[in-house]
Write a protein that binds this ligand. Structure first.
Ligand SMILES: [Zn+2]
Length: 136
């Protein structure tokens, strides 16, 4: 919420931080009072299990290739912007607790190797997809 000249002033930053803090507290309360079904969500469990793992590179985000309990701590670290990118091209499958790649929906990414291969080639897949379906 930068104001006037577009700069973010110290007191505004403080306000912003306070606002974020209260949002986090709200989320934490939500988790505590969450219905049983939510607490049993494999994604919730995996996030909890991996909470102790710290990112080796400051600011990098934890990404789960699988939400199966045995893979809960097997994590991929991604830059925030790449994480968003990767998720926009993945579809979660609650039944298997793995992801599908949206460009090959018939292929379940059920090993870390397959998942990694898919996300490294996302740009290439996007390009191929565009050429195939949006060609004149
Ligand atoms: Zn992720």
């Amino acid at each position: 919420m930068p104001s006037r000249d577009g700069r973010l002033y110290k007191h505004e930053l403080k306000e912003l931080i306070e606002q974020k803090k209260s949002e986090i507290i709200e989320l934490k309360t939500l988790y505590k009072i969450a219905p049983k079904c939510f607490k049993n969500d494999p994604r919730y469990i995996a996030r909890n299990k991996s909470a102790v793992i710290k990112s080796p590179i400051y600011g990098w985000i934890k990404h789960h290739w699988s939400y199966n309990t045995e893979d809960a701590t097997d994590i991929i670290f991604l830059k925030h912007e790449n994480h968003i990118r990767v998720h926009s091209d993945l579809k979660y499958d609650p039944e298997s607790k793995y992801y599908f790649g949206i460009y090959d929906t018939d292929i379940l990414l059920d090993t870390k190797r397959k998942h990694l291969r898919y996300i490294v080639n996302i740009e290439k897949r996007r390009k191929e997809y565009r050429e195939k379906y949006e060609a004149v």
